[in-house]
Design a protein around this ligand. Structure first.
Ligand SMILES: *[C@@H]1O[C@H](CO)[C@@H](O)[C@H](O)[C@H]1NC(C)=O
Ligand SMILES: *[C@@H]1O[C@H](CO)[C@@H](O)[C@H](O)[C@H]1NC(C)=O
Ligand SMILES: *[C@@H]1O[C@H](CO)[C@@H](O)[C@H](O)[C@H]1NC(C)=O
Length: 972
């Protein structure tokens, strides 16, 4: 025991240490997350390591080292919610929706999360009762526990949540009565901020207490249907004049319906399947708003159809089955302008059904089965469904008896997203479905979308459901048409159910973060369907991510056990790390002493220069002289690796300007690595790659000597710092040149090379503005015969690169391939278009361009173009004509940044596309390798620049590239 305590103490100390020194995550929060993880299977694969905030565990959002949001919708989590959730003291939003095997009780400790604002657990398998402690979460505004297996009663303490606007506990097994406040206890009547009471599909009993409603309330949706409520409908309901949807159906309510004349905003009124008595309630006061009314299956007294029925001008759907109505059907009923559906079977209507008068244009479905109608008069203007089976008019031998109106109801063709453009194509792979917009086979997020009270009843109106589809893909920021719906039906509770498929924007699968985002939008109701669809909920099916196993299932019981285990692991990691660092340093020292260059011949003089193709050996003295004793005045760039100096070599008869990169202490490589790099670079020759002239490895120095690029970096030109204006045609040429350089590295260098840090500061411009790719310091050989071994085609390695250019797939999988360079190059193309930095003022250029393209097409992209490209030209509307090939260029850029590497083109395909742009515009591009006069490259709009663009003034030359890693991201 003492040992356990000691280790636990050590563990705590370590955590504190970790917080101060390396980890970004608060210790208690990190421990709580680990405890949650240990109870769950299928946590996201990147839930690893001790630092959830620092290493961006998917679904975890931190603010100031504390977890503030946990968004784990549709992750296929299995197991229980550990009570350690209560230790995430700063948590504001918790979304666990659609994890169908998340089970066990909701821990009481959830009541400690005092900052919690949003709590969503829709569509899981939680059991037990709703903890009383939820009543402590005074800042809660959104509480959705629907579609679980919760039982018990509604805790009265929920009445304390006076900020709550959404309360959904529907579709559980919650019993007891609806709690109202007393002198000593809170109750639901105190929820005056609430707009939604969704209590339907539970086991609630007793009366609806009159005290539950008052005039301070702002409720718009009250759903109490499918419970076991008894007694009268309270008159106090009339006090809630904000009500839009009222569902009391499928209970055992009795007595007569009170006058609800103050409910003038009500759209949907469902009182069916109760034991209500008296006369049919007069709904005339609701005529301006009432769309859908269902009064079926009660015990109303027999009466002729009231006159006001035909005056409900907003009505779309009238359902009074088994309603005790008799006499003549009021003929003007069918003229209601919005009427779609009339379902009046099992009444006692008699005489003639007159439908030869004016008929509303939307009327689709008229059902008078099992009445006493003797005759029918239908005009030509009604040719939709009419059902009269079971009426005298249809009796055997009558002239109508063989007419379709006397036959059972046909199954009406309901809407389904069209796949006709995909022809006979079908998908076979597991879970794959046809994307209706692209006809690609992808794995969509599927689920059931359920509307609890739509204001319409016609399921065949394509335009209505197409609007629904569009609202979904728009709202979820997906490309147009990436939504499929089918299988529409009204279920036994009269909810409209449909199957929904949502397709990933690129690649076969969704990324976890997209699933989390979409799940949240649907569970938190930030997605809003068109108004006529009314309140909805969504139950996602389990989404299986590619390569998902059950690796991280680990169920250790005791917290102490976990803590001890984690402590040991952490100790081990620390130990190993320190050991590894020591070993590495020792190894480097050893290498330096072992003269790795010995194999190139004796070092120390020109006679002993290594026999390297192209690369020369320089002495330290030589480079010191060339750079004027490494003077500050000669510095043309700097970074984490050290500095770059301009140097003039005079030794070799005549003078030559070079760039000398001098590694500083700490960023040196081991001698062997340095040697390998030189060997590699000296083999690579291409007119679009910055050439290596030579190197120096002497007196503890490591230097590389490159050709000097007089016009600086592409970034400088785009930002105006070099005072060189590059016009559209030249930009295309620069893009093409850089693409050729990269294509050479990928496809022609032997062995192939992945650059790993393609960015606009690594594309340099020579005196002729020819683009050359620089900085292969980070380069990795491609696996085949390469440094890291591993599978062909990719290299598994630590993520390196520059923020804003990083290939997300590489970042996630750490599987490096040429396509990572293609992604970064796509970002560069977007910079060329917009002159913006990849991440500028918090906006990510890739998302901006893609978003603009998706929502507004090319016009959206034009908004983002570098103003200098347009503003300086003819200002007429068609000024884009001066940007020939713009659209193709944008297309190439967007293809390069496809989410899935497999969907991106290769560099040689990019070259082809850019070449096609050049070829199609014979007027202005000239040849890619033309030495167009530099004079004309001087900024032709200098005057305007001075006026308008302060930030585009001159500046220092930022020669990038290095031995090592200038600005890199290296997640654990
Ligand atoms: C609750 O919300 C208010 C207003 O947003 C905020 O000022 C307060 O700090 C919050 N309280 C807690 C415990 O988070
Ligand atoms: C129709 O029903 C009403 C009310 O029940 C009754 O008064 C009337 O006589 C009936 N008419 C016919 C033609 O059966
Ligand atoms: C179909 O639905 C749309 C949108 O709700 C509506 O405007 C239109 O009138 C409907 N068409 C028919 C024929 O019912």
């Amino acid at each position: 025991m003492a040992e356990v305590a000691l280790v636990a103490l050590l563990y705590l100390l370590l955590l504190c240490y970790a917080n101060g020194i390396i980890a970004l995550t608060d210790g208690e929060n990190a421990a709580a997350l680990r405890a949650l993880k240990s109870e769950w299977q299928n946590t996201p694969p990147n839930w690893n390591g001790p630092d959830p905030c620092g290493t961006n565990w998917e679904g975890v959002i931190c603010t100031d080292s504390k977890v503030t949001s946990l968004s784990l919708s549709t992750m296929n989590l299995k197991g229980r919610l550990a009570s350690d959730i209560g230790c995430l003291s700063d948590l504001r939003s918790l979304d666990l929706s659609y994890n169908k095997e998340l089970t066990g009780p909701i821990p009481n400790s959830i009541g400690q999360l005092l900052h919690l604002d949003t709590l969503i657990m829709i569509g899981c398998a939680f059991t037990g009762s709703i903890p009383d402690e939820l009543g402590s979460l005074l800042n809660l505004t959104f509480l959705a526990l629907n579609s679980n297996k919760l039982s018990g009663e509604i805790p009265a303490s929920i009445g304390n949540l006076n900020q709550l606007y959404w309360l959904d506990i529907a579709d559980n097994q919650i019993g007891g009565s609806l709690p109202v406040s007393t002198a000593t206890s809170p109750g639901l009547d105190k929820l005056t901020a609430a707009k939604h009471f969704h209590f339907n599909k539970n086991h609630l009993v007793g009366q609806i207490p009159p005290e539950i409603f008052n005039e301070d309330m702002k409720l718009i949706h009250v759903l109490l249907d499918s419970n076991r409520l008894t007694g009268n409908i309270p008159e106090t309901l009339g006090l809630v004049s904000t009500l839009e949807v009222l569902r009391l159906d499928r209970n055992s309510l009795e007595g007569s319906v009170p006058l609800l004349t103050s409910l003038t905003k009500i759209n949907e009124l469902h009182l069916s399947n109760n034991k209500l008595e008296g006369s049919l309630p007069d709904l005339f006061a609701m005529r301006h708003s009432l769309n859908y009314v269902d009064l079926s299956n009660n015990s109303f007294t027999y009466s002729v159809a009231p006159a006001w029925l035909a005056k409900l001008e907003s009505l779309t759907t009238l359902v009074v089955e088994n309603g005790g109505l008799e006499g003549q059907v009021p003929p003007d009923l069918f003229g209601l302008p919005q009427l779609q559906t009339v379902r009046l079977r099992h009444n006692s209507f008699n005489n003639t059904l007159k439908m030869d008068t004016e008929i509303g244009p939307q009327l689709q479905y008229v059902d008078f089965e099992y009445n006493e109608i003797q005759n029918v008069a239908v005009g030509e203007n009604y040719n939709r469904i009419l059902l009269l089976l079971g009426n005298p008019a249809c009796e055997a031998g009558s002239f109508l008896s063989s007419n379709k109106i006397c036959k059972p109801a046909p199954t009406d063709a309901s809407y389904k997203t069209s796949l006709s453009k995909c022809g006979t194509k079908s998908c076979h792979g597991h879970d794959q479905k046809l994307n209706p917009a692209t006809c690609a086979c992808q794995v969509p997020l599927t689920g059931e979308l359920i509307f609890r009270s739509p204001s319409f009843s016609d399921l065949s109106n394509a335009s209505r459901f197409q609007q629904l589809e569009a609202s979904i893909w728009r709202n979820l920021s997906l490309p147009a048409g990436y939504v499929f719906i089918c299988c529409l039906r009204f279920d036994e509770n009269n909810y409209l159910n449909m199957q929904l498929q949502i397709f990933p924007p690129d690649g076969k699968h969704f990324k976890r973060t997209d699933i989390q985002r979409i799940g949240f939008a649907l569970s938190k109701q930030t997605y809003k369907p068109p108004h006529e669809f009314g309140p909805f909920f969504f139950i996602a099916d389990t989404y299986i991510f590619p390569g998902e196993g059950n690796l991280n299932s680990l169920s250790l019981g005791a917290i102490v056990g976990i803590a001890v285990a984690s402590a040991l692991v952490i100790l081990l990691i620390f130990g190993v790390t320190i050991y590894a660092l020591k070993q590495k340093r020792r190894a480097e020292k050893a290498l330096e002493f072992s003269k790795p260059f010995a194999s190139w011949g004796a070092s120390g003089g020109e006679s002993g220069a290594p026999k390297l193709k192209g690369a020369r050996w320089f002495s330290f003295q030589e480079l010191k002289m060339a750079s004027n004793n490494f003077s500050e005045a000669n510095v043309i760039g700097s970074g984490g690796y050290g500095k770059v100096y301009k140097g003039i070599l005079t030794a070799l008869g005549g003078s030559e300007i070079v760039a000398i990169k001098r590694a500083q202490q700490g960023s040196m490589q081991g001698g062997t690595e340095f040697k390998n790099e030189i060997e590699l670079l000296s083999r690579v020759h291409h007119k679009n790659l910055v050439g290596l002239i030579g190197f120096c490895f002497e007196q503890g120095e490591q230097m590389l000597v490159y050709e000097y690029m007089s016009n600086g970096t592409l970034r400088d030109s785009l930002s105006g710092r070099t005072g060189i204006y590059i016009d559209w045609r030249r930009r295309v040429r620069i893009a093409l040149g850089s693409a050729k350089g990269l294509s050479y590295l990928h496809e022609h260098a032997n062995p192939p090379i992945i650059h790993r840090d393609v960015k606009s500061t690594n594309i340099l411009l020579d005196g002729n503005l020819t683009a050359k790719v620089a900085d292969f310091g980070l380069s990795k050989l491609v696996a085949d015969g390469g440094i890291d071994g591993g599978g062909k085609g990719h290299v598994s390695t630590q993520v390196k690169g520059t923020l804003g250019y990083l290939d997300p797939e590489y970042y996630m999988t750490q599987q490096l391939s040429e396509k990572s360079d293609v992604y970064s190059f796509g970002v560069v193309l977007m910079e060329i278009l917009t002159a913006r930095q990849p991440i500028e003022r918090g906006k990510y250029i890739v998302r901006e361009v893609k978003g603009a393209l998706e929502t507004e097409g090319m016009n959206g992209v034009k908004e983002l173009l570098d103003p200098l490209l347009i503003q300086l030209r003819d200002l007429d509307a068609d000024s884009y004509a001066s940007l020939p090939g713009l659209e193709s260029f944008v297309n190439v850029a967007v293809q390069c940044v496809e989410e899935a590497a497999a969907d991106r083109p290769t560099m040689s395909e990019v070259v082809k596309e850019l070449e096609a742009i050049v070829a199609s515009d014979k007027v202005g591009y000239g040849h890619d390798n033309s030495s167009s006069s530099v004079a004309s490259d001087a900024h032709p709009y200098a005057a305007l620049l001075k006026k308008g663009g302060a930030s585009r003034g001159g500046g220092s030359f930022d020669y990038s590239g290095g031995f090592s890693v200038p600005s890199t991201v290296e997640p654990k």
